[in-house]
Design a protein around this ligand. Structure first.
Ligand SMILES: Nc1ncnc2c1ncn2[C@@H]1O[C@H](COP(=O)(O)OP(=O)(O)OP(=O)(O)O)[C@@H](O)[C@H]1O
Ligand SMILES: [Mg+2]
Length: 314
């Protein structure tokens, strides 16, 4: 079982995009057994993989279409009249109720689902009790939600996650999405990982964040060596440029700077910038861009190359 953390203290550099895309690719496309762990209280990976928003947006779009068709069927009706037609339409009322319910579901703090916070605080003892199936073949998730912020003071030690993952069986890969910071949660993630992937966007601020994260990862590796009294700890890291447009001179310059500074630790594979049409699909973008056949986006080839470069024997 290989454990891959995707981390960078800089926000918005593609941690969630890469975590979810890698997880979907390895499981749904390649057929490996994959567990994604969401260790970011923003819970973006959780929303994407449990498709929490999908239902809401689909209902919204159905409601909107129905509204439009009713308006079109009654071209001379005033807004007040339209309102009354809509209110008396059974299909519309049912859909509206479902839509409003899904909005409330999405916006409330979800205490009903166990997540990584329950496992690490000791409220749930067995890791299998916080693992959920997703709609993707072979892909499971340990989700989280905003209540993860309450955990920080409760961390028993920096190797807690590792201890739990040691008991895990039946998975080929564990992929861990992390928050844009360095906190006890992230330290636990680093200590549990074999490979730390640091995504970085091609701009000066991102490179700065990447350098700080890289230094921190190196310190963690050194600390592990000291604690375990071993020289060969099974953890390494790689830097991967994300959102690259190789046609831009400035991106070409940054690619060469990153290579110069980070050498072998920077990956040859770059993840290209998705075009507007793809990124507009937002929550489903990872799925969309990994679809096979005519829909397959160029970026899917980047993930294939990334996996090959990580020597994942897929
Ligand atoms: N290769 C790419 N091409 C175009 N847009 C991208 C690419 N990668 C990520 N994005 C977009 O950039 C934004 C930030 O990405 P993402 O949420 O994955 O970053 P993050 O590092 O997880 O952010 P945070 O630090 O808040 O957790 C999203 O809108 C995402 O769609
Ligand atoms: Mg994220």
């Amino acid at each position: 079982m290989r454990i891959i953390a995707v981390t960078n203290q800089k926000g918005g550099c593609g941690k969630t995009t890469i975590s979810t895309a890698l997880a979907i690719y390895l499981s749904h496309v390649v057929g490996k057994k994959v567990l994604l762990i969401d260790s970011d209280q923003q819970a973006n990976s959780t929303e994407i993989l449990l498709e929490l928003e999908k239902n809401h947006y689909e209902l919204g779009s159905k409601l909107h279409s129905l509204e439009k068709s009713i308006v079109r069927a009654n071209p001379n009706a005033s807004p007040v009249a339209i309102k009354s037609i809509l209110e008396n339409n059974k299909q519309y009322s049912v859909l509206k109720e479902e839509y409003e319910k899904s909005f409330r579901e999405l916006s409330k703090d979800d205490e009903s689902r166990y997540g990584i916070q329950h496992l690490l605080s000791g409220r749930v003892k067995d890791i299998s009790d916080v693992i959920y199936e997703t709609n993707y073949d072979n892909l499971s998730i340990i989700p989280t939600d905003v209540s993860l912020i309450n955990l920080q003071k409760d961390f028993a030690n920096n190797f807690l996650l590792k201890m739990h993952l040691n008991k895990l069986t039946g998975f080929d890969y564990v992929i861990i999405d992390t928050p844009p910071t360095i906190n006890e949660m992230v330290i636990n993630v680093l200590n549990a990982s074999n490979l730390v992937l640091i995504p970085v966007m091609p701009d000066a601020y991102s490179i700065k964040g990447c350098r700080q994260t890289k230094n921190y990862v190196e310190q963690t590796i050194e600390a592990q060596k000291a604690i375990l009294r071993e020289n060969n700890v099974d953890i390494d890291y790689r830097i991967v440029l994300n959102g690259v447009d190789e046609r831009l001179i400035v991106h070409q310059f940054i690619i060469s700077e990153v290579k110069k500074e980070f050498g072998d630790k920077s990956m040859n594979t770059h993840i290209r910038r998705q075009n507007a049409a793809v990124s507009r699909t937002n929550t489903y973008q990872t799925h969309f861009m990994l679809e096979t056949g005519y829909k397959r986006q160029e970026i899917a080839y980047d993930f294939e190359a990334l996996i090959n470069e990580m020597e994942m024997e897929v």
